[in-house]
Design a protein around this ligand. Structure first.
Ligand code: BEZ
Length: 208
């Protein structure tokens, strides 16, 4: 199933390293960073698990719950987590979904058969509290993800939701944001009494 931005994130029940979950119930009122990796006990995946764990405070600060998935069993995940702890002295607290029968990986289109028939590529889904998919991203098996970008996108989405703005290229929190062209100048003056800059009628920037 191809999932796109704006689609409802499919719900599922699964065994994880922290016990069985119902996905939507587990997300609750928060955001989710749902990411697949090809396999346990592989080098790039190990670095991604470490990074996710190291960033746990950053995710929590943004109301984001991280959850991994690979087509391995809970027992394999648990052994691997012990290894990750040994290597990095990092306590990996977020759940990893066991998907040995590939059911969830197929549901989320994480299996790209030209790459591998039985293991997931590096898919990312950012899901909001309404269980709507807000970002999809796919990395090949051989390239670890950029976690700074994942946090940046969450910041941009949450800031956009709050202020009804868009984020320009390479935007970082604290920098000027863009007023969508669909908002009139009159409405913009009300929404942003601090004033805004018009570079072109279609490109207006504001500090928030
Ligand atoms: C890795 O995590 O290192 C990896 C996994 C599958 C294919 C290639 C790399």
């Amino acid at each position: 199933m191809t999932l796109r931005i704006g689609d409802a994130a499919p719900d599922f029940s699964a065994d994880t390293t922290t016990g069985p979950i119902k996905f939507h119930e587990w997300i609750g009122e928060e955001w989710a960073f749902f990411f697949s990796h090809p396999a346990d006990f592989t080098p790039v995946c190990t670095t991604e698990m470490c990074r996710t764990s190291q960033l746990s405070e950053q995710f929590t600060k943004r109301g984001v719950k991280a959850i991994g998935l690979s087509t391995d069993t809970v027992e394999e995940h648990v052994k691997w987590i012990d290894d990750v702890y040994d290597i990095q002295n990092t306590d990996l607290r977020f759940p990893i979904v066991a998907d040995a029968d590939l059911k969830i990986a197929k549901l989320y289109d994480m299996i790209h058969p030209s790459e591998c028939e039985t293991a997931a590529v590096r898919s990312v889904f950012i899901i909001d509290p309404d269980k709507k998919i807000r970002l999809t991203m796919t990395y090949p098996m051989s390239v670890g993800r950029n976690f700074a970008e994942i946090l940046r996108v969450v910041d941009a989405l949450q800031t956009g939701d709050k202020h009804k703005i868009a984020a320009p290229a390479d935007w970082m929190p604290g920098q000027d944001v863009i007023i969508p062209p669909s908002v009139s100048d009159a409405d913009t003056k009300v929404a942003f009494p601090q004033g805004f800059e018009t570079l072109r009628p279609y490109l207006r920037k504001v500090k928030i």
